[in-house]
Design a protein around this ligand. Structure first.
Ligand SMILES: C[S@@+](CC[C@H](N)C(=O)[O-])C[C@H]1O[C@@H](n2cnc3c(N)ncnc32)[C@H](O)[C@@H]1O
Length: 333
């Protein structure tokens, strides 16, 4: 058998581990024209999905709602590739472009051998902070020993849309630190900007016990942290952490003053967060925002679209998000 490439109609999406049902529900609700999917592990292939709207390869079109948020990675131009040998599979991919990331639900050993023959990409947990090059990153998955589903075009510079971080089990006060680390890595990739600078003045709303404040201090920021409950003692004693026992939403921007970045991980109804960030945007007192949108029961997609429609904004689901999304806004390019 000689290798063969077949351009497939439609689109395929890789869901997040154990969260593929959210992807299927979202597509059924928000993208009914996509029709019924064919499932390959966590990959949902929609042969009837209309493709032209995705031609730009940009997941973050202004509405922010063009690709399903529960899709970790999108196969924007899916191909079915038939091949005889591992070497042949690697050659076909390499002939298309340099970077390819695997997602596997079967044929793990064979896929690992194909990956070894492809140009190196770093699939190991990364130490924060880090940057990925803004080069194209393809995705492939073996369907059986001689067939793969692949796409050179995806919406992400991250391998299989995944941010995998080296964990620190000793120092951070909570596991929430992984969320802000991933959000910052994605923010810098999406907007082409730098991490918060040493000495930057930042606000951390809903800061207890202090995972996000801890990351911001590691970056050298001057942190105003607000919560009803205190942070861990090491952060409360840090002279660059200014803690306020308060409801973050009842403090007016003018009372708090100018910040370089605003972060919020407050557990609240998304409507409340939306009102609060609009107050801050109108005040003009901060340019950069990263805020968790906690989902309560069913998702209010109209409201999620409103977050995404704020100019220079993205709504994303992070690998380290649970039942929540993250809104990012970069007002300074
Ligand atoms: C998910 S936890 C934050 C975890 C934190 N980001 C970390 O890294 O450790 C949510 C926090 O929001 C706080 N919170 C809830 N409503 C709030 C409000 N209106 N103002 C300030 N904090 C609030 C809670 O007390 C809780 O500590």
């Amino acid at each position: 058998m000689r290798n063969s490439l077949e351009q497939l109609p439609g689109l395929a999406f890789l869901g997040y581990p154990e969260k593929t049902t959210y992807l299927l529900e979202e597509v059924a609700l928000r993208f009914p024209a996509f029709g019924k999917p064919v499932l390959y592990g966590d990959v949902a292939y929609y042969p009837d999905a209309p493709v032209p709207a995705f031609e730009s390869g940009d997941a973050f079109l202004p509405s922010g709602s063009v690709l399903p948020l529960w899709a970790r990675c999108a196969f924007l131009k899916p191909l079915r590739i038939s091949f005889d040998s591992i070497g042949e599979a690697a050659n076909v991919l390499r002939d298309m472009q340099r970077n390819w990331a695997p997602y596997q639900f079967t044929q793990f050993r064979r896929a690992a051998l194909i990956q070894e023959k492809l140009p190196y990409i770093n699939l190991k947990p990364r130490t924060f902070p880090y940057k990925v090059p803004s080069s194209d990153m393809g995705i492939y998955t073996l369907l059986d020993a001689n067939t793969m589903l692949a796409s050179a075009a995806t919406q992400s510079h991250f391998p299989a849309g995944t941010v995998l971080l080296q964990e620190d089990h000793e120092n951070p006060p909570s596991r929430a630190y992984l969320k802000i680390e991933e959000a910052l890595v994605r923010f810098c990739d999406a907007f082409g900007c730098d991490m918060p600078a040493e000495g930057a003045r930042v606000l951390d709303a809903g800061a207890c016990p202090g995972g996000w404040t801890w990351v911001l201090r590691e970056l050298g920021c001057d942190v105003t942290a607000i919560d009803r409950a205190p942070l861990v003692p090491s952060l409360m004693e840090d002279s660059a952490v200014h803690f306020m026992t308060h409801d973050a939403f009842t403090l007016k921007p003018a009372e708090l003053g100018r910040f370089d970045w605003i972060f919020s991980d407050v557990i609240c109804y998304p409507e409340r967060l939306f009102g609060w960030i609009n107050d801050w945007l109108e005040s003009g007192l901060c340019a950069n925002f990263i805020c968790t949108i906690k989902l309560q029961g069913g998702t209010d997609w109209d409201l999620i679209n409103k977050f995404a429609s704020i100019p220079d904004s993205r709504v994303v689901h992070l690998c380290y998000n649970k039942h929540e999304f993250t809104w990012m806004h970069c007002g300074r390019h």
